[in-house]
Ligand binder design. Structure first.
Ligand code: MIC
Ligand code: SF4
Length: 650
């Protein structure tokens, strides 16, 4: 039987385990990336390991999330990150150089490599034939220290693309179609591997868009073959020598195959408040729009902004719409400037913002009260825009422009003549906002501002856990619910005691006080608990507030790993019906002395026993029992392997 593309890349990097679905595997990581809002913690963790220099082929630190400097805090974070990069041999991308995933795709991604990034949209690089996975900062720090990355071997789902996209339909519509079919949890513990004749009709930025938003299905990653289109893109970036051909063997058998005929897709839109709430644009046409935001790591490439420029040329946006455009990178902006296309954006009335994440994570541009905001982004969770009452819809750049011009949700096919967009044979390249590390290390002291606090240390898990159910939640709780974004909260990312005060802020503003008053306790969740971001803070803040275990119907992959890394026990109901037998405020008791045996929670208030499961590998159990990953890794790196960890590293 032939091998899938994913298996080929994984096999080349496999250092532990068998490539069988469900098995724990260890992967050698070639490249790592971090961004500022997860990076400060990741580097504090890396520093704590005492490794003198990163051990990867390449590690990158981007400043793209919180570039707003309302006070000293973000500027201090940026300075800290720059110092760390210089000291430990990491490439530093300065603020406003662009969004990590766009920059990585342009300048560093290469077929058949592995990438681990402390951002959930790291799979964007799968558009270039890589195994690129998002993870918590600590896992990335561990990879920088040269250790393998452990994960459950996903099943490989083939996504067969046939046909060609129709005019005004683009990559965003393809991934919205996939989301419509799979939902926000259909990809969990799967790799989405694209194949079929439709693949070669898609450019690298389009493949990047699809791989990027595969994250919203919960997939471990997405991957495309590396073909002549890949080669042409790399050539345009002056990196043709990094190209190799890569595709699945003939006769490969995927665990499942999803068929998507590109020809049949029409413009799609995700309705509030979930990326899988997908309808055709024509179904909601005519809804008045207050704001349109173009950008984010999903849709801010040169291909996308050239399309936007062509569609806006000689037109003016509607008087009731605020249109913002955040280019994905300085390269995108420079190319648009050199070609003269930037003027079409400006003349039409667009507000051109910084090359950064910006409104995607609530850094400015909150919509008005009850406002309708159309965004080319990847997430529309309630409140993420900064306005709780706003309704955020996710669309392609084509639909975004049509709606900005008409002032209401509009099918872009109304725009008439479809402009043909071709990517330049050679991009204007300018790497001067990257600071490349030198062999010689000049940095003796890393400057830490007053908001950069040491990592809190936690006690190992007690033998007997008792406490109240502090919060009972429903399905698909996102990390934005657990610990929101926005400029105010993001500026506290390097200060766990302070940021913890914002846990569940918009879900239940009394949660923090209750947790502190009760000395911690439990949280109960539904399906897909912790979907969304890779932020470790969504595990660290509850931990800091004394949360001992989370009992849910199922978990999202990255958050599940983060809970283990920081010593919160992630339990699933053995029988999902038992979810109804717990009420917020109930007192629960768990014997956690031996996490290997079958676990049972006692609901003391209702005097019932609830069977729960801890579905983790021996490796993860050892991490949990040893008081979290940092201490486990430190033991390993310092050669002090304790008995609890002996299995782990033998
Ligand atoms: C996001 O899109 O939610 C973020 C902000 O990029 C996060 C990372 C973070 O919280 O810093 C992600 O996707 O991992
Ligand atoms: Fe940035 Fe938004 Fe992409 Fe997250 S999803 S990396 S906030 S642009």
């Amino acid at each position: 039987m032939g091998k899938s593309l994913s298996e080929k890349v994984i096999a080349e990097h496999l250092v532990e385990g068998r490539m069988e679905h469900g098995e724990q595997i260890g992967l050698r990581i070639d490249h790592t990336l971090t961004q500022d809002s997860t990076g400060t913690l990741a580097y504090l963790e890396f520093e704590a390991m005492g490794v003198p220099r990163v051990k990867t082929k390449l590690s990158l630190s981007f400043v793209d999330h919180n570039t707003l400097q309302n006070d000293f805090r973000n500027a201090d974070d940026h300075r800290y990150l720059q110092g760390v990069a210089a000291k430990y041999g990491i490439v530093f991308s300065r603020p406003s150089n662009g969004i990590c995933h766009q920059l990585y795709l342009e300048r560093f991604a290469r077929p058949a490599y592995t990438l681990l990034g402390s951002d959930s949209h790291t799979p964007t690089a799968g558009g270039m034939g890589m195994i690129a996975v998002g993870a918590g900062g600590l896992d990335v720090a561990v990879a920088m220290a040269g250790e393998p990355f452990y994960l459950e071997m996903p099943s490989i789902m083939g996504v067969k693309l046939t046909g060609t996209l129709s005019p005004f339909v683009s990559a965003k519509d393809v991934i919205l179609e996939v989301l419509r079919k799979l939902s926000v949890r259909g990809g969990v513990n799967r790799i989405l591997e694209y194949f079929g004749t439709g693949v070669r009709t898609l450019s690298i930025p389009e493949r990047g868009t699809i791989a990027n938003m595969g994250t919203e299905t919960g997939a471990t990653t997405s991957i495309f073959p590396s073909d002549e289109v890949t080669r042409a893109f790399l050539k345009g970036q002056g990196r043709e020598d990094q190209w190799i051909e890569l595709r699945a063997d003939d006769g490969v058998r995927y665990s499942e195959v999803l068929e998507v005929n590109l020809k049949e897709i029409e413009p799609l839109i995700a309705l509030p408040h979930s990326p899988d709430n997908v309808k055709t644009v024509s179904e909601v046409e005519g809804t008045p729009v207050d704001q349109v935001c173009i950008g984010s790591c999903t849709n801010s490439s040169l291909r996308d902004l050239k399309m936007v420029a062509a569609l806006l040329k000689d037109k003016k946006i509607n008087n009731n719409v605020s249109l913002t455009i955040s280019p994905g990178s300085r390269q995108v902006l420079e190319n648009l400037t050199a070609s003269g296309e930037l003027v079409h954006l400006i003349r039409a009335g667009a507000r051109v913002l910084e090359n950064a994440c910006g409104p995607c994570i609530g850094i400015g541009q909150a919509p008005p009260t009850n406002g309708v905001s159309l965004r080319t982004f990847n997430r529309n969770f309630l409140g993420r825009s900064g306005t709780q009452s706003a309704k955020v819809y996710l669309v392609s750049p084509e639909t975004a422009v049509a709606s900005a011009l008409y002032g209401e949700i509009t099918d872009p096919r109304k725009l008439g003549k479809y402009p043909e967009i071709s990517l330049s044979e050679k991009f204007v390249i300018n790497d001067n906002m990257f600071i490349f590390p030198t062999e010689e290390v000049h940095v003796t002291e890393i400057v830490r501002g007053p908001n950069i606090k040491p990592l809190p240390s936690f006690q190992p898990i007690a033998d007997r856990l008792r406490g109240e159910v502090l919060l009972k939640l429903s399905d698909n709780v996102s990390t934005d619910d657990i610990l929101p974004g926005g400029s105010e909260i993001l500026s506290l990312r390097s200060n766990i005691p302070e940021i913890s005060k914002y846990a569940f802020r918009y879900v239940d503003s009394s949660f923090v006080d209750r947790a502190l008053k009760k000395g911690g306790g439990f949280i109960v969740g539904g399906e897909n608990y912790g979907q969304g971001s890779s932020r470790e803070h969504a595990a660290l803040a509850p931990k800091y507030l004394g949360v001992k275990a989370i009992i849910a119907k199922s978990f999202a992959r990255i958050h599940f790993a983060n809970l283990i890394n920081f010593g919160i026990i992630p339990l699933t109901f053995a029988d999902k019906k038992d979810y109804t037998s717990i009420v917020q405020g109930d007192v629960l008791e768990l014997d956690a002395k031996d996490l290997k045996k079958a676990l049972c929670i006692k609901n003391v208030t209702r005097n019932v026993e609830i069977r729960v499961a801890l579905v983790i590998s021996d490796h993860d159990r050892a991490v949990l029992e040893g008081g979290g990953k940092l201490s486990a890794v430190n033991c390993r790196l310092k050669g002090q392997v304790t008995s609890a960890l002996s299995d782990l590293f033998s």
